[in-house]
Design a protein around this ligand. Structure first.
Ligand code: GCU
Length: 417
């Protein structure tokens, strides 16, 4: 009796002590350890998929695994959208037109969309991506309304109490590079992620998971914030299909960091995205979860519980038990062009894990005879590798920079035809 009491209190106090220890991310390559990745081509009965027809039949199995375990269900219903053009303004010395639209879903939930399109009538390919802190951060133009919901940014003058201020106009313009895109013949479309769901644990309360729950046919706890953002991206395709100046067959989806995670999940579910760019999407995005380096499953599900299903937390420190790893999420994008990018100063996102995530899509891209990364070694700085699946690590910090954009434009020119 006494021994079991002693054992109980020892265990109790050791658990308490562990729980109170600050999380220290492993940043030492020699401590990563060994792991085995699930084979995307292996079916539950052990047989191996040998051609694209069988892969296409099987990919729904993997999607269901991600839905049940990680990001939650995706609504299958399309909603009625009504759009209103709020303003149409010539910008960039007449080279481009800036559009602001309000889109309302089923008369219940409205969002504000910013579009910058070349000033010509021909259809153009567009880059589509969510922004973190409001459309006003992408450009200094005063006609863009200041986003009034919760934003992730909180720099003293530009954002106070996680709300955009007039000073935040253009604060993240370098992440958007509108002029570069226009000069290269592309348009750019963006919406604040918070227009679909604010990025905090209670964000679902006034986001689409609640406001459109009946119409979408899902309970809030059946999916996640990443799911809501991904659904938002797909709803943008529905909208862009109605815009005559946009070539909706050539939508290049991009996302930085948490919004890169959402972009990958959106494109896995929706094959209408022509190409996908994951910019430093890290843990829960392009980086392998089994690789213990940088942010891990325990940390991400504790810091951002709303991004995933609650049950995903059960895999903390049991990553080997996951039915998949993130290379399978990336494989679900095949045969479409895929660019995975990292930054040297962003070790938290595990650049090598992102590279390996991209590299391990090879078996699926091969089924389509599309060259992936092949057996190349981890590249040096600012030296992109691959073709249909491409990767770079650039110098500098966690961000989406001009260098990144130059590579993405080149990639789109070569592969989105
Ligand atoms: C945090 C988080 C990452 C995420 C990043 C971002 O660092 O831990 O998982 O990608 O924020 O979205 O900027």
């Amino acid at each position: 009796m006494k021994t079991s009491l002693l054992l109980f209190s020892l265990t109790f106090w050791s658990i308490m002590a562990q729980a109170q220890q600050p999380f220290v991310a492993n940043m030492d390559e020699s401590k990563v350890g060994n792991f085995t990745l699930p084979n995307p081509l292996q079916k539950p009965d052990g047989s191996i998929i040998k051609n694209k027809k069988d892969w296409e039949k099987h990919r729904g199995y993997w999607l269901a695994q991600f839905q049940q375990t990680m990001y939650g269900k995706m609504p299958e219903k399309k909603l009625k959208q009504s759009s209103q053009l709020v303003s149409r303004t010539e910008i960039l010395g007449g080279k481009a037109i800036q559009y602001i639209w309000t889109i309302t879903f089923e008369g219940k939930h409205s969002i504000s969309v910013l579009g910058v399109l070349p000033n010509k009538s021909a259809k153009v390919p567009v880059f589509l991506g969510l922004n973190f802190c409001g459309n006003q951060t992408t450009n200094t133009d005063k006609r863009i309304p200041i986003f009034e919901k919760y934003v992730v940014c909180n720099e003293a003058t530009q954002f106070k109490n996680n709300l955009g201020q007039a000073e935040s106009r253009g604060a993240q313009a370098s992440r958007w590079q509108f002029e570069k895109l226009i000069d290269a013949g592309y348009g750019s479309i963006t919406v604040a992620c918070g227009d679909f769901e604010e990025d905090l644990p209670t964000g679902y309360q006034n986001g689409i998971r609640t406001t459109l729950a009946d119409q979408l046919g899902l309970k809030t706890e059946e999916w996640s914030a990443i799911g809501a953002w991904a659904w938002g991206l797909s709803s943008m395709v529905d909208f862009l299909e109605t815009i005559p100046q946009v070539d909706a067959q050539k939508i290049i989806l991009h996302g930085h960091s948490r919004l890169g995670k959402a972009a990958l999940w959106a494109a896995a579910n929706d094959q209408r995205f022509a190409a996908i760019i994951s910019n430093e999407s890290g843990e829960g995005g392009a980086a392998l979860t089994r690789r213990n380096y940088g942010e891990n499953l325990w940390r991400i599900t504790n810091s951002f519980p709303h991004w995933f299903l609650k049950s995903y937390q059960h895999y903390a420190y049991k990553e080997n038990e996951l039915p998949f790893d993130q290379h399978i999420l990336l494989s679900l994008l095949a045969p479409r062009p895929l660019y995975v990018a990292s930054a040297m100063g962003d070790q938290w996102s595990d650049p090598k894990g992102e590279f390996l995530g991209a590299q391990n899509t090879e078996a699926v891209y091969q089924l389509y005879r599309k060259p992936g990364l092949g057996t190349v070694a981890f590249p040096g700085l600012n030296a992109p590798v691959g073709k249909q699946v491409r990767y770079h690590i650039r110098e500098g910090k966690h961000d989406m920079t001009l260098y990144d954009w130059e590579q993405y434009i080149k990639f789109a020119r070569e592969l989105v035809k």
